[in-house]
Design a protein around this ligand. Sequence first.
Ligand code: A3P
Length: 308
Amino acid sequence: MSGEESISYTESIHRAKNIYRFPLIPVRGIPLMSHIANNWDEICAFQPHPSDLLIATYPKAGTTWTQEIVDLLLHNGDADVCRRAPTVQRVPFLEIFAPQPIPSGLELLSKMDPPRVIKTHLPIQLVPKGFWENKCKTIYVARNAKDNMVSYFHFDRMNQTQPEPGPWDGYIHKFMKGELGWGSWYDHVKGYWKERQTRNILYLFYEDMKENPRREVERVMRHLDLLLPDDVISRIVELTSFQVMKENPMANYTFIPKPIFDFSISPFMRKGVVGDWSNHFTAEQSKMFDEDYERKMEGWNIPFRTQI
Ligand code: A3P
């Protein structure tokens, strides 16, 4: 993708009309923003190439971080190549179908040759079947529920196209009931966990990436059947650190203008830590959430950590 195209993409966002908080409409029981739900048939019919790679996450689990790691791995750690365009353009967001003139994920994909790296927040049962029929490699990133929710709350406050988050206390209940965009966190993480062995899914945890980024970058590298020298891996770890990505305009979403992302409310690269939930939950909210969590996650043994 050329720099020129990247500029016109940014300009197109500046020109975008009809920016508002899109309501949620259920698609096969999953609440999705109306611009996605209204174009569902086209999204669902997308046919990937077997060489395409899917990065799947519940929103705010560490998608952008993983996109940057993958892009750098595929380009031998070349920072300049990875600054060729904003993340959204390097790694199309499959189901996003924002109003014209913002290009949809499908529109971007139609202009790219495989192998492509594709982002989705869809729960596994809504991912277009072609990904599984073609045995596309998939990376799933999961983040502990409490930090994931805190991050989503701040994102919903600042992203003026997301549904209105309302007050924190009510938000906790919406999260627990699976009423946020892309549905239940609990079902999302379980869905991919259940299929991880049968569908070639590398299941990563945000907390592991924070604890030992090098180890996790190497796991991604092996999943992509790559073998890069140690110094390149070290460079990738450095380039994908929170601080470096926060300063990188091609990774930190600052190119999205205020009518869409209001950075005066919250930055996209907000804190990037494990355990920020303890600054948001009261002791009572935490107890209530944990009890409900135990019931919902009973028997699954997915090794989430709320502290490292
Ligand atoms: P916080 O809001 O907790 O800071 P996504 O990309 O899925 O939307 O996730 C965004 C979350 O990942 C934000 O979390 C963001 O700060 C965090 N993040 C992005 N890049 C990161 C990095 N390199 N290291 C750690 N966290 C990162």
